[in-house]
Design a protein around this ligand. Structure first.
Ligand code: CO8
Length: 262
């Protein structure tokens, strides 16, 4: 048994968190302990009112996450399998609904549960070595951590079903064309690029960033009229913030704003 934590959580710069799935010898495969640690780490980030951005990545230079831990699933009963899927989906939902933007930094294989973890983030930045896929059919399984739903929402039914039923893996450039990833960078520059983007977000008005994420996320599950109503409410709420006063005043004074998160 390794004494290394399965999940590392660091504050890399003020207000920027990085979470690393840390089982490189198993290509960061997700077992129950890792999922429990992931849930605890997310609770820590959620409780920090100074947190602005979360980066999610995998340890080593080969894999983001190569899936659920196949060895751990070998002797699971159907009930245990279902519970593992449900518990993991709850943690992925915790990730997805974190108030701050969450960026997946995919530095290699993102297969099965790894692809599902990346898709639970708000968007994906990929290294040129990234590989995405839902290979569960090779194991006599279906995706179990939300893949049938999130992949379909991201790339459409036809492409999702093609990947899920063939088990075909797509490289970063194809994932970019499909809109599964936002940007592709040389592997050696990936984390620096992610940090540059994180700094950009962290420099903006924090409440406006959080409200924007909430409006996009909630709106997705509403009809257009109700979604736009929700946006109007959020927009009005932003007017009550100190940061709105500061942002507008700074623009008119031709100076850089200093946001206070109030
Ligand atoms: N689980 C456990 N161990 C893994 C996993 C995994 N998903 N992936 C890799 N490893 C281990 C290997 O067993 C190997 O360990 P060891 O050195 O002890 O033999 C080590 O990591 C290195 O892997 P490889 O030697 O295989 O490295 P390669 O470079 O040859 O291949 C691949 C890399 C292509 C990524 C290959 O490892 C692979 O195909 N891995 C499995 C990918 C996969 O099928 N993922 C989907 C898993 S199923 C899933 O995620 C379902 C989610 C829903 C579950 C529902 C809950 C019940």
């Amino acid at each position: 048994m390794s004494s290394e934590p399965n999940v590392l959580l660091e504050i890399v710069e003020p207000s920027i968190y990085r979470l690393t799935i840390n089982r490189p010898k198993a290509l960061n495969a997700l077992n129950r302990a890792t999922i429990a640690e992931l849930g605890a780490a997310l609770a820590t980030v959620a409780a920090d009112r100074y947190a602005r951005v979360l980066l999610v990545t995998g340890a080593g230079d080969k894999a983001f996450v190569a899936g659920a831990d196949i060895r751990a699933m070998q002797d699971m009963s159907p009930i245990e399998g279902q519970r593992f899927a449900r518990d993991t989906m709850a943690v992925f939902r915790q990730l997805e609904t974190l108030a701050i933007p969450v960026i997946a930094v995919v530095n290699g294989y993102a297969l099965g549960g790894g692809c599902e973890l990346a898709m639970s983030c708000d968007w994906i930045l990929a290294g040129e070595n990234a590989v995405f896929g839902q290979p569960e059919v090779n194991l006599g399984l279906t995706p179990g951590f939300g893949g049938t739903q999130r992949l379909t929402r991201l790339v459409g039914r036809a492409r999702a079903l093609e990947l899920i039923t063939t088990g075909r893996q797509v490289k970063a450039d194809e994932a970019l064309r499909w809109g599964l990833v936002n940007h592709v960078f040389p592997a050696g520059q990936l984390m620096d690029e992610a940090l540059t983007m994180a700094r950009q977000i962290a420099s903006k008005a924090p409440i406006a960033v959080r409200l924007s994420k909430e409006a996009v996320q909630r709106g997705q599950d509403l009809d257009l009229d109700n979604a736009c109503q929700f946006e109007a409410q959020v927009f009005g709420l932003a007017f009550s913030t100190e940061d709105k006063r500061e942002g507008v005043a700074a623009f008119l004074d031709k100076r850089t704003p200093t946001f206070s998160n109030r």
